[in-house]
Design a binder for this molecule. Structure first.
Ligand code: URA
Length: 425
């Protein structure tokens, strides 16, 4: 077997055989296939796609490229959630301890932000002392003691995906449904969760800009999970507007703690509860009541224990940026648009995100939203507060926001999107 014949096959629109897929993933993981050859293949897949059987085999080969975790010794059913990424998407933070408070074990392997979307680990690292890196044994111990753990995936999981994702990121081949589905699901299946709920975001702030592509991605991932014995469902959820009222690391932790304290923005609470119910159903815990666990403090108690178990101080003050700038409404009327991508880009430029994997992020940087689409506003009222330690970033952030906001004089012809657009099982 050789890489050139595999690249040519996909370039010419032929389906790859099982043997070709197994060989190329294994040879690439071992360094025998060069990055430039894998880049060419990724582009051929991007352009010509893969059918369901090819995607299934590609995913299986990626799983086989690394270790598999095993949580079968835990006394609780395991349930995990994956979001395809968005702006202000802090849902994992309240969700993991909430679902643990309701009786499931939540092994939440999470990532860092790249580009305009935030990363769960970056958010949690704004809590003084909190550590993202755990050994597999530590992860299991936190799961056993607390019921939920949010940490970085170990080096050993889906090794091929680590290399391939980094390559796709710099070769314009991220936005391919077969490649995204196999990348996400290889890690989730290798992680060993019994059930999985996918939050597939749709809208300007998401990978999938329209509902048809989001549905195709969700259906592909649900199929892959189900074929591997993981009870998998998906919710398609709106990402045309940022979730909640904050985008940025410490700002989002603060908002998540408000949700755990029984308050917080209505859209964040609604999506947290919708995902919690899906996870609990999939884990066979249909009688659990997540709304009660938020209201009575048991979810907050699990949050505090989870943060402390990973070295964090849940009572420590969160970092605050040194400078801020308030953007005010230019008209009186109804806010009809607050574009998720633009807010994500502006938060990134303020220092909340990174341009390269090795860049640091600013814990306090980001954006507070004082109004959301549908709200009545008056001229001069604060709409957004921009936070950063580097005030030279304000003009670039404001430039990103130039076309992000729209008003209508009346509310008559305006309706907001529902948060949950569709369910796929
Ligand atoms: N997240 C992943 O893990 N992989 C992708 O390809 C896209 C998002």
């Amino acid at each position: 077997m050789d890489a050139i014949s595999v690249i040519r096959a996909k370039r010419d629109g032929t389906r790859l055989t099982d043997a070709q897929i197994d060989w190329i993933i294994d040879a690439y993981t071992r360094g025998e296939v060069a990055d430039e050859q894998m880049s060419a293949l990724a582009m051929a897949i991007f352009l010509n796609g893969m059918d369901r059987a090819e995607i299934a085999r590609w995913t299986a080969a990626m799983i086989a490229s690394g270790e598999r975790m095993d949580f079968s010794s835990l006394p609780r059913p395991t349930a995990d959630k994956h979001s395809t990424g968005g702006v202000g998407d802090k849902i994992t933070l309240p969700l993991a301890p909430l679902v643990a408070a309701c009786g499931a074990a939540v092994p939440q392997l999470s990532g860092r932000g790249l580009g305009h979307t935030g990363g769960t680990l970056d958010k949690l690292e704004s809590i003084p002392g909190w550590r993202a890196q755990l050994t597999n044994a530590d992860m299991l111990a936190v799961l056993r003691d607390v019921g939920s753990v949010i940490c970085a995936a170990g080096e050993g999981l889906a090794r091929a995906d680590k290399k391939l994702y980094a390559l796709r990121d710099v070769t314009g081949t991220v936005e391919s449904i077969p490649l995204i589905a196999s990348s996400i699901m290889s890690k989730k299946i290798a992680e060993g969760t019994g059930s999985l709920v996918l939050d597939v975001k749709v809208g300007s702030g998401a990978f999938m800009k329209d509902i048809d592509s989001a549905r195709e991605l969700a259906t592909t991932m649900v199929g892959l999970g189900t074929d591997h014995g993981v009870r998998t469902t998906a919710l398609l959820t709106d990402m045309s507007t940022p979730l909640g009222r904050t985008a940025g690391n410490a700002l989002e932790v603060r908002e998540s703690v408000e949700v755990l304290a029984g308050g917080g923005p209505a859209d964040v609470v609604e999506l947290t509860l919708a995902l919690a119910r899906e996870m609990l159903d999939a884990a066979g815990l249909k009688d659990a009541d997540p709304a009660k666990a938020l209201a009575d403090g048991t979810a907050m108690d699990h949050w505090r224990r989870m943060i402390a178990a990973q070295g964090g101080d849940p009572d420590a003050p969160l970092p605050v940026a040194r400078e801020h700038h308030v953007l005010r409404a230019e008209s009186t009327g109804v806010l009809t648009r607050l574009d998720a991508y633009a807010v994500g880009l502006a938060a990134w430029r303020l220092g909340a995100g990174r341009a390269r994997k090795e860049d640091p992020v600013q814990a306090g940087a980001g954006i507070e939203l004082h109004a959301k689409p549908g709200d009545h506003i008056t001229t001069g009222q604060p709409l957004l507060t921009l936070h950063t330690d580097t005030p030279s970033a304000f003009p670039y952030a404001l430039e990103a926001l130039a076309d992000a906001i729209a008003y209508a004089p009346q509310a008559t012809e305006f309706t907001t999107n529902p948060i949950v657009l569709e369910r796929i099982a």
